[in-house]
Every structure is written in structure tokens, then in C-alpha cells.
Design a protein around this ligand. Structure first.
Ligand code: HEC
Length: 187
């Protein structure tokens, strides 16, 4: 048991050590070669995730209203992201400079661009050949009911948010503003 435990610790240390040694640098939009292929895969995964999220969201909004749809966003959004990631063989998620769910924090390579509130796409390469892509998401009218100014929030939304996300920072966004980003890590 002790041997097993220390093996576990050693593995954890090794993994943590490796993760922190991966260095990322920013690069211009890839237009040829392997990076361009990785970018095409990133875009395809982003389109699939955006489409799946919007489909579930609009269904819930029409059938149950904004306050109930929050539950669906909370449980389904992370599930859909990992399903799309598995299907496309990459890692994908959403992040923001004002988070609703703290577990949507950006991966380390994207942190600086998120802090700058990059309004255009950004690209990064790791020294082990991965491509990191950050794609901005603009506020649309369909988002106002849950991310807009207090007066724009749907019925019961403020209460539902306070219950589920006591540290919510993701309201007060205006139409057209950058709400957040899709981040994609392509191996
Ligand atoms: C029904 C309410 C609702 C609507 C409408 C809605 N969202 Fe959200 N949004 C949420 C909830 C709840 C979360 C937290 C999900 C989670 O726990 O991962 C969230 C999370 C996010 C995140 C991830 C970052 C974070 O803050 O955790 C982004 C980006 C985002 N929403 C963008 C949008 C955009 C863009 C629209 C409009 C197209 C939109 N949302 C519409 C409820 C909503």
C-alpha cells in the first residue's frame, strides 16, 4: 500500500513537473503546414461546440425560460465541451475575463490574452507541437437574459444565479462586447 502510495505521489510529481515545463509562445495565424491543419481542426471543433450549445440553449429558453435554462447550462455546457473534445481528439472549453463558473478558467497559455481582453483570435504553439487557439465570443441578444445588465436579465435569473453561482461575475455585458472565448488545444 505504501509502495503504491509513493508511486502515486511520484507519478503526480512527474506529471506536474512535465506540465509546468511545456513552454508556449504566441504566433501569427498559421496559413500552411501542420499548424494550418491543426487550426482547421480547432475551427471545426469550435463550430461543433457553438452549434450544440446554441441548440440546447434555444430549446431550453423556449420550453422552460431563462431561469430554468441556467441549470441546463450549468450541467450540460461542460459535458458538451468534453464530448466535442473527445470526438475531435482535442481539448476545448470556454473562458472569460469575467467568469460565472471558476472552473472555466483559461489554460495558462491563454491567460495573458484573456487579461488583455483580446478581441481578435490569438494563436499559440507549444514546444511539444500543440497549437493553442483562442477565439472571441461576442454578446448577442440571446445572451442578454443571463449575461446582460441587471435590467436586461430574465425573470428569476438573478435569484437562480445567486443560488448556483454565488461568485458570479458574468453579468453587465453589453451587446457586441467580448463575453469570452473558446479555447482549443490541438495535439
Ligand atoms: C439561460 C441562461 C444563459 C444564457 C441565455 C447564456 N448563458 Fe452563458 N452561461 C450561463 C451559465 C449558467 C454559465 C456557466 C456554465 C458553467 O457552469 O460552465 C455560462 C457560461 C458562459 C461562458 C463560460 C465562461 C464563464 O463565465 O463561466 C461563456 C463564454 C458564455 N456563457 C457565453 C454566452 C453567450 C455568448 C451567450 C449567448 C449566445 C450565452 N452565454 C447565453 C447561462 C447562460
Amino acid at each position: 500500500m505504501r509502495a503504491l502510495l509513493s508511486m502515486g505521489v511520484a507519478t503526480a510529481l512527474l506529471v506536474a513537473g512535465c506540465a509546468s515545463r511545456v513552454a508556449w509562445s504566441s504566433l501569427a495565424e498559421p496559413s500552411s503546414g501542420r499548424a494550418a491543419e491543426q487550426l482547421a481542426r480547432a475551427r471545426a471543433a469550435k463550430d461543433a461546440l457553438a452549434k450544440a450549445l446554441m441548440a440546447e440553449l434555444s430549446k431550453e429558453l423556449t420550453e422552460r425560460g431563462a431561469a430554468s435554462a441556467i441549470d441546463v447550462c450549468a450541467t450540460r455546457a461542460p459535458q458538451i465541451a468534453s464530448e466535442v473534445g473527445r470526438e475531435h481528439g482535442l481539448r476545448i472549453g470556454r473562458t472569460s475575463w469575467k467568469l460565472r463558473n471558476a472552473s472555466n478558467r483559461a489554460p495558462s497559455w491563454a491567460e495573458a490574452a484573456v487579461a488583455e481582453r483580446a478581441s481578435a483570435a490569438r494563436y499559440f504553439a507549444s514546444d511539444s507541437g500543440e497549437l493553442g487557439v483562442l477565439l472571441p465570443i461576442a454578446m448577442q441578444s440571446a445572451c442578454l437574459g443571463c449575461h446582460g445588465a441587471p435590467a436586461a436579465l430574465g425573470d428569476g435569473v438573478a435569484d437562480a444565479l445567486a443560488l448556483r453561482y454565488p461568485d458570479d461575475r458574468a453579468t453587465g455585458f453589453a451587446l457586441g462586447e467580448v463575453r469570452g472565448w473558446f479555447w482549443i488545444e490541438v495535439p
